[in-house]
Design a binder for this molecule. Structure first.
Ligand SMILES: C[S@@+](CC[C@H](N)C(=O)[O-])C[C@H]1O[C@@H](n2cnc3c(N)ncnc32)[C@H](O)[C@@H]1O
Length: 384
């Protein structure tokens, strides 16, 4: 029985006219693609075989992609990549090291090999594959994979989530964004952000030269990983983390250990209402605006605008929902659902953020290329 028959009423609205060359082409394509006879023809006809196989592969990947994510999760949970870090191991040794029965380890290893996470290297032995090795070099990604168990549970009924019937799920409980959130409640998310921040900070700091600035405010700066990178790249820069009070308290403790003396401070403030400390010539929002609904994100941009001198700039760095230059399918298909589960925020395109910056009073807002736009794109908004 198709999923659409499971108690849902069919749409009763007449379709819109699909005009222009684009509409005509799409109607023709969709009529052909939906036809079983055309599909059978394409599979047999030598000139269309490769394209038809590529579409079949994409559709199969979409249908079963959740199991790929669970294989990855299982590998990370048993520490498979760390166990293979020193070299290949036999299946039995892997099974023992990962506390799995040999039969279960074999299933996991076959699956992981199919996904390039590990590689079979001799009969019944495996080494790291290219993706497994890359993961070892990115502890932040492993932390996110583990964290995704919360989202996975929240997505068990995506329709309930989309209907807003699933308020206060696991992801929402993980992010208690309130001045009153207690220190314990913010520890888990602050730790996760700190573990995943270094790769973003490196991207931003190598794309944007902070040496042109004197004083940076990093709004929603978490435990201060980003300001530490910026301050190391720009030795004359002073910086201040602005975050909710319990997070700022954690940042102060961590920053004391960073060895940057009194160049970096941290204060507790609600960035929607401000005021922000005066004197900054650059304010950054790194992975902050997408967590907030339009009203709150606009309020934050306006608060930043009010705190800046006429030569000041705002840096916005986050994964953006543009299909080509941005986070690709992750922008809408992952961040869209993640933020829905969180109960606030939305992934925005660069153009949407640029329009918001202009509405908040910035004269211009330009995109600056980062080396890995899939992780974060960068916008620079100028006051004057
Ligand atoms: C997704 S985390 C990003 C942290 C850090 N910028 C990073 O990229 O690792 C968002 C941060 O914004 C902070 N935040 C949320 N609402 C805030 C508000 N109204 N005012 C100030 N900070 C806020 C959170 O406490 C959290 O540290």
């Amino acid at each position: 029985m198709p999923l659409s028959d499971l108690g849902h009423t069919p749409a009763e609205h007449p379709p819109l006219a699909d005009r222009g060359i684009g509409g005509l082409w799409a109607r023709l394509r969709n009529a052909l693609f939906a036809s079983g006879a055309f599909q059978r023809f394409c599979v047999r006809f030598p000139l269309t075989q490769a394209t038809s196989n590529a579409y079949a592969r994409r559709l199969c990947d979409l249908a079963v992609g959740f199991s790929y994510a669970r294989v990855l999760h299982a590998c990370a949970s048993v520490g498979l990549f760390e166990k293979l870090a020193r070299g290949p191991l036999r299946t039995e040794a892997i099974a023992t090291a990962c506390a799995l029965p040999v039969a279960g380890a074999r299933i996991l290893l076959h699956a992981a090999a199919a996904l390039d996470l590990v590689e079979a290297c001799r009969p019944d032995a495996y080494r790291l594959g290219p993706l497994g090795a890359a993961l070892l070099g990115n502890p932040g990604v492993e932390a996110m994979i583990a964290h995704h168990s919360l989202l996975y549970r929240d997505l068990s009924d995506p329709i309930a989530l989309l209907r807003g019937e699933q308020v206060g799920g696991e992801v929402a409980r993980f992010w208690p964004y309130a001045e009153t959130a207690d220190a314990e409640a913010v520890t888990a998310y602050s730790n996760l952000m700190a573990k995943t921040q270094a790769m973003i900070a490196r991207l931003v700091v190598s794309a944007y030269d902070f040496r042109r600035h004197r004083y940076l405010l990093d709004v929603g700066g978490g435990e201060g990983v980003f300001v530490t990178h910026a301050a190391r790249a720009a030795p004359a820069l002073r910086a201040c983390v602005v975050d909710l009070a319990p997070v700022a308290q954690r940042a102060r403790a961590g920053l004391a250990a960073a060895g940057l003396g009194d160049r970096i401070t941290a204060i507790g403030a609600d960035a929607r209402t401000g005021p922000l400390p005066a004197g900054a010539d650059v304010i950054s929002f790194v992975r902050v605006l997408h967590d907030h609904d339009d009203g709150d994100a606009m309020a934050m941009l306006r608060t930043a605008r009010a705190a800046l001198a006429p030569s000041g700039r705002v840096i916005i760095a986050e994964p953006m929902a543009d299909r080509g230059e941005g986070a690709g399918p992750m922008g809408a298909a992952y961040f869209g659902l993640y933020l829905a589960a969180m109960g606030q925020g939305r992934p925005r395109t660069a153009a949407e953020l640029q329009a918001m910056a202009r509405d908040a009073g910035f004269r211009r807002c330009v995109a600056v290329r980062t080396a890995q736009p899939v992780l974060a794109r960068l916008l620079v908004a100028q006051v004057g």
